[in-house]
Design a protein around this ligand. Structure first.
Ligand SMILES: [Zn+2]
Length: 693
């Protein structure tokens, strides 16, 4: 998924408050439900791999569950991306009714992409640059109503933990929620790591393609002064906005202009970091905000609390973990994305607000970042190793597990939903080591780490066993995933195809590599596109949008006959596209909007949605708005497995239950009505799914 990518939404916090989708205040007093229901979600658990490991005797608990109850492939959404699929899980409706079609949305006005899960309101405002007078507001763009909200209104007590697309957290009556994706780090991104090296060239410094920030370490008498990159200061942002507005009116003095130039590069609240090291010492000493720590080569620190000061009144709290990669003849140092400190997060990350801090009191610090397995980016960038990534991912699994079991000490719930994403992250990064045909297959690494995916499946199975032992007698137990997994050998650049086939045009020549900054409005996404001569464009992981008159700001395609003809024409050409290297079909199908989506959010849907064959995904540069020369090219990244926009018939996840179900073809949209029925909650009339039992 572009899920990977560090999406930047200027959550630039302060004391912010999250808006919640239609926080309901009804209703019924708490009651006892006819059944207790526990749902354990493992993001990206694939039915083919699961069957294989079960047959090999590696997943005894899931095997038992399958034999006593149910194991089927669970139909996913189109596209089979986590935000889309988890939204359909929660709401029981198709994307046309919940509005989450991808990680990204695009602007009808500018054509630029934005993170497709939250909407930011007006920026915060400060009086005299001091006192917050208006708080920033985040709202989820997800429509529909989740089953835990329905259940709560009907008096059911619930606990909902780290489910994707639950940030900002939803207010649940008689319930508690800890947010999952897209809960950001302190910079408002899905995860920006910091990395320092004595061996980095100045050319490598700065932002990386996949969301890291690199700095060269220069030692003088054994000491280097550097910093941790922090969030943008919302007060300085306001000053910059005001100066820009003044400039627009032509009223900028020389000193104003100087200040504006200065603000362009100094808005980040960086925290000084002092590093002491001598060659071949095997360790480094760090000093940050009065805290001193010594770490040996290969050692991770505990969570180190740090705070970012916006002014003498406003301070926000985060935490990071340091890791000394090398301390021999070079020093290489990594710091994890700065997580919000659960004891005092700058915005609500749970409902009730004090649920997250209370949990920290009970179990100690835990990672709050939605994208908890955050070392994947540094692995993809070649800054951390496979072993480092697996270590950190195990820790992420540990943290989630601790949170689940702490809450399981209580029995006053009738609905419990918990999701772990480690299964997805490890599959994305390590698939190359179980696919000898992958361009990034490496026999030596495969011998060492080829069992990484199997390991995380075994750990999931182990967790299933432990949960079952702990659950109250008679609980209806479900284990499910949002989608399956595939190898990702070849990247397909949809915009390149659109250009080559005359559907997208440019003012001139262009050719430069794009990075994350381009993706989120800071760079030049779709640079040079001549919209007056462009009929279609691709954004995200398999979505093709038409440049429609009356919808897009410079639309050229008319609704009605022209729209339908264009759908047929592009679909007809794409479905026959063969990989020039292998002669395999790239797509299994191309879906027309109205054939797969229905509902009030149809206008935001892609006009065509691609359905990839096994082995293919949208190319990296395509997702970043760059137009490369080749339509189909090798995926030369360690991010080597994927599932985004694979054709519907090969995109399903898993469904296990200790109860039998009525069908061989359950769909992810069926879970919400199934669970509501088990809880004795009347089914809403507009659901697309049907109860399975
Ligand atoms: Zn994924």
């Amino acid at each position: 998924m572009l899920h990977r990518r560090a999406a930047v939404f200027p959550l630039t916090l302060a004391i912010a408050v999250a808006g919640c989708p239609g926080s309901p205040k009804t209703t019924k007093p708490a009651r006892k439900a006819p059944n207790k229901v526990f749902v354990m979600g493992f993001d990206g658990m694939d039915p083919t791999l699961t069957r294989k490991f079960m047959d090999e005797g590696k997943l005894p608990n899931l095997k038992k569950l399958a034999e006593a109850g149910t194991f089927e492939t669970l139909g996913s959404t189109q596209p089979s991306e986590s935000p889309t699929a988890w939204s359909s899980f929660a709401t029981g409706v198709n994307p046309g009714k919940h509005n989450i079609y991808d990680f990204l949305t695009r602007s009808f006005e500018t054509y630029l992409p934005d993170l497709g899960m939250v909407k930011k309101g007006d920026p915060p405002e400060f009086l005299w640059g001091l006192f917050p007078t208006k708080l920033p507001k985040l709202t989820s763009i997800r429509g529909g109503t989740s089953f835990w909200v329905h259940a709560g209104r009907d008096g059911v007590k619930s606990i909902v933990l780290t489910v994707p697309v639950t940030f900002p957290p939803e207010e649940i009556e008689h319930g508690e929620m800890l947010s999952g994706l897209p809960l950001s780090d302190m910079r408002g991104t899905i995860g920006t790591f910091n990395y320092w090296g004595t061996d980095l060239t100045s050319f490598e410094e700065g932002n990386t393609e996949f969301g890291g920030y690199l700095k060269t370490l220069l030692f003088e008498n054994g000491v280097a002064e550097t910093f941790i990159k922090g969030p943008e200061n919302p007060i300085l942002k306001q000053e910059e906005r005001e100066l820009k507005a003044k400039k627009k009116d032509g009223a900028l003095s020389e000193s104003d202009q100087k200040r504006l130039d200065e603000l362009a590069t100094t808005k980040d609240v960086n925290i000084p970091l002092k590093v002491k090291w001598s060659e071949n010492s095997g360790q480094a000493e760090l000093e940050i905000q009065g805290q001193k720590l010594t770490l040996k080569q290969g050692q991770w620190s505990d969570w180190v609390p740090i705070s970012f000061k916006f002014n003498f009144l406003i301070k926000v709290h985060g935490m990071t973990q340091f890791y000394v990669v090398r301390a021999d003849k070079e020093l290489q140092l990594y710091a994890s994305p700065v997580n919000m400190d659960p004891r005092n997060p700058p915005i609500a990350i749970s409902k009730p607000d004090d649920f997250a801090p209370r949990l920290a009191k009970q179990i100690g610090l835990y990672r709050t970042l939605g994208w908890a397995e955050s070392a994947d980016k540094a692995l993809n960038e070649g800054r951390l190793s496979e072993a480092d990534f697996m270590y950190d991912s195990e820790k992420a699994f540990d943290d989630r597990e601790r949170i689940f079991f702490k809450n399981l000490e209580r029995t006053d719930w009738d609905l419990f939903v918990a999701v772990i994403e480690t299964t997805d992250r490890v599959s994305h990064m390590m698939w190359r080591l179980i696919d000898p045909k992958h361009p990034m297959y490496d026999a030596e690494l495969a011998a060492k780490y080829g069992d990484s995916i199997e390991k995380v499946y075994r750990r999931a199975d182990d967790l299933v066993g432990k949960l079952q032992a702990k659950l109250p007698e008679g609980t209806v137990f479900m284990v499910m995933s949002d989608h399956g997994f595939h190898t990702f050998r070849r990247g397909v650049n949809l915009n390149t195809w659109l250009v080559q086939n005359g559907y997208m045009s440019f003012h001139g020549q262009l050719d430069n590599k794009k990075g994350l900054a381009d993706l989120f409005g800071r760079g030049k996404f779709f640079e040079g596109v001549d919209w007056t001569r462009t009929k279609a464009y691709a954004v995200g992981l398999g979505q093709i949008y038409f440049n429609l008159r009356g919808r897009e700001s410079q639309g050229v395609v008319s609704a009605g006959a022209e729209y339908k003809a264009l759908q047929d024409e592009i679909r007809g050409k794409l479905v026959t596209l063969l990989d020039p290297d292998t002669n395999e079909p790239v797509f299994r199908d191309i879906y027309k909007r109205d054939d797969i989506y229905k509902g009030e959010y149809l206008q935001f849907a892609p006009d065509l949605q691609v359905g990839f064959n096994d082995g293919y995904r949208v190319g990296w540069q395509d997702t970043l708005g760059g137009v490369t020369r080749a339509v189909v090219e090798n995926n030369n990244r360690k991010w080597s497995g994927d599932h985004c926009a694979t054709a519907t018939e090969i995109s399903g996840g898993v469904f296990f239950s200790n109860r039998k179900i009525d069908t061989k073809t359950p769909n992810i949209m069926d879970l919400s009505p199934t669970i509501l029925k088990l809880l004795g909650v009347p089914l809403p009339s507009d659901l697309d799914g049907k109860p399975l039992m």
